[in-house]
Design a protein around this ligand. Structure first.
Ligand code: ATP
Ligand code: MG
Length: 583
């Protein structure tokens, strides 16, 4: 009737913390046994009173025991709460770390498929629901089982089995209704979580895109759209609480019937002298002890169902494998910083259209490759492929003469410093942003990288220099400044191969020239790949490729391409003219 699957799936955790759980559960067990004592004492006192045999000494003894029990139970209840709830908090942290670690290992295509709002919902809603299962769930399961069995045992043996049986008649209804509600709850909770994820996603997108939202005067529409998802979330949560709200009253009615039978039939038994008045009082107190476990069963179903739904969502995420696999036995030897492609073709996962086809080139150590071409021609795709961001099997792309599939992720990342087209700065200081890939870098190194990226003079504008905070809580940087900080970040690594994906698009021609000059001086013997729209950025390259729809349509040095008089030459002349006009 109750699905214990979730608890079973969490057994690795209970086993790892078995001491905590054993002691906690032992306390629960003791408490349950001790709880059975007071009804019996009170019953005996009532009988003694009735027979007028109660002495002051007896009464003092009873009261003392009750007081001592009270204090003992107080201490033990604290102990189990501390142990079991503490354990669940550890579980919560463990799961969070596991999820976060997992998310950092996932590749771009995973984030392409998943909404970040859903991922956030798992971290903020599902993990606490699992925590509840491990705390309240475990406690309730153990406690209510012990309590019920022990209490029933005492009722049957010490008082009257027929009375006990009669009082238990309503109980099957209890089991049935809990199971019924439990199933409904499970379904509805899952839907509610889904709506919550959607709502999260909406908030996240609206906040990160708030500038665009304003620029296009879409605030009203967005608020309206948000109202709709928020309404949906409300409806679904209300439908969960409707079932939740039915639980307790239903159980209360069923328990009420038990008391009715206990009192009616019990009184009859007292009249016929089958049991004493004291025993009837004790019986009712015992029945009272059963109320909590019965409620607890309902609560338990609820918690386990939620925990189950949440655990399912979490597990579904955790079983996702990164779709780029690292080779088991990577080639470890030092290799030169060359890049080569032999008839390399590539399609994005889930797409049957080739984003790159039949790409062939060879770049020696210390050389510069320029990649140009219309927007959408595949320039960024080639850069990403080189970083092994997507699963590939063709073994036609080589770094240092080794197919990149044969290199470990670490080796590849050590060899290649990458400035992506969409640069991202973190809400940290400028220095921390630059030294992101090399956290121990000295200030001098950071400043040097900034100088190479032509960012040093901009730094003067900021009152706190390198310590200036970037983003939400700090200065707002211009597109060109962000771009140059991203370049400095990559230059600091001083890697053998530098990939600049359209990284000079937001700086003026003079700054571009200065950065390129620094690159040529500083990286004279190192390999560089530059993609650009402005051809002046690749003019000096040893090899320039012109891409169109994923194919190389022209290739050569600047001079050769000018001679070919194709797209490159035409584009170059156009850009020259524009520059002359701009003066
Ligand atoms: P731009 O000059 O605008 O930066 P680009 O030359 O860098 O363009 P790419 O970003 O490489 O162009 O895109 C090449 C093609 O691959 C385009 O048709 C694009 O739609 C497609 N593409 C890009 N990224 C993905 C992706 N993650 N999944 C599927 N297709 C993609
Ligand atoms: Mg691009």
């Amino acid at each position: 009737m109750i699905s214990l699957k979730t608890l079973k799936e969490l057994s690795w955790f209970f086993r790892a913390h078995w001491k905590r759980y054993t002691i906690g559960i032992a306390f629960l067990f003791f408490i349950d046994i001790l709880m059975l004592w007071p009804p019996r004492l009170i019953g005996e006192t009532v009988d003694a009173m009735r027979n007028s045999s109660l002495t002051a000494q007896d009464l003092t003894r009873t009261v003392t025991i009750l007081l001592a029990l009270g204090v003992g139970l107080y201490a033990m209840r604290f102990a189990w709460r501390y142990l079991l709830n503490g354990g669940a908090l550890i579980l919560e942290r463990t799961l969070r770390e596991r999820l976060f670690g997992h998310l950092t290992r996932m590749t771009p295509s995973f984030y392409h498929r998943k909404r970040s709002g859903d991922l956030m919902a798992v971290a903020t809603n599902d993990i606490p629901a699992i925590e509840q299962t491990a705390s309240t769930g475990v406690l309730t399961l153990v406690d209510s089982l012990f309590m019920t069995l022990l209490t029933l045992g005492v009722m049957v043996t010490a008082i009257d089995w027929k009375l006990t049986l009669a009082a238990l008649i309503p109980m099957p209804f209890l089991a049935w209704s809990t199971a019924y509600y439990g199933r409904l709850l499970h379904e509805r909770f899952y839907l509610a979580q889904e709506a919550f994820g959607e709502m999260n996603d909406h908030v996240q997108q609206s906040i990160s895109g708030v500038r665009v939202l304003r620029a296009f005067v879409q605030e009203k529409e967005d608020i309206e759209a948000y109202r709709r998802v928020s309404e949906k979330t409300l409806e679904r949560n209300v439908s969960v609480s409707r079932i939740d709200a039915l639980f307790e009253p239903t159980i209360a009615i069923i328990i009420g019937f038990s008391f009715l039978i206990g009192l009616g039939y019990g009184t009859y038994l007292v009249f016929t002298s089958a049991i004493s008045l004291g025993e009837l009082v004790a019986f009712n107190l015992y029945l009272g002890l059963l109320i909590w476990p019965m409620f607890a069963f309902g609560w338990l179903v609820n918690v386990l169902q939620r925990g189950g739904a949440s655990h399912k969502r979490l597990s579904e995420l955790l079983v996702e494998q990164p779709d780029v696999h690292e080779v088991d036995h990577p080639i470890a030897a030092e290799t030169p910083h060359t890049v080569e492609a032999r008839h390399f073709s590539f399609a994005y996962p889930g797409s049957d259209k080739l984003a790159l086809s039949d790409i062939t080139f060879s770049l020696g150590e210390g050389e510069t490759l320029g990649i140009v071409g219309r927007t959408g021609s595949g320039k960024s795709t080639l850069c990403r492929a080189l970083l092994h961001q997507y699963e590939m099997k063709s073994q036609t792309l080589f770094v240092g003469g080794v197919p990149i599939e044969e290199l470990s992720f670490d080796t590849l990342r050590q060899k290649i410093a990458y400035v992506p087209q969409e640069h991202l700065l973190f809400s940290r200081t400028i220095a921390e942003n630059v030294s992101f890939g090399k956290p121990g870098a000295s200030e001098a190194e950071v400043l040097h990288a900034m100088r190479l990226a032509e960012m040093e003079s901009d730094l003067m504008q900021f009152r706190e220099g390198l310590k200036t905070m970037v983003g939400e809580k700090g200065v707002t940087l211009s597109g060109g400044q962000k771009q140059r900080i991203s370049i400095a970040r990559a230059l600091l690594l001083d890697a053998g191969i530098l990939v600049l994906d359209d990284s000079l698009s937001a700086v003026d021609a003079r700054t571009e020239e200065a950065i390129l000059r620094h690159l040529r001086q500083e990286r004279a013997n190192k390999t560089t790949i530059i993609t650009a729209h402005r051809l002046s950025a690749v003019q000096h390259a040893e090899l320039i490729l012109v891409l169109d729809e994923g194919r190389i349509v022209e290739r050569g040095t600047h001079a050769e391409l000018m001679q070919q008089n194709g797209w490159y030459a035409e584009q170059y002349r156009k850009q020259q003219m524009e520059q002359d006009v701009a003066g």
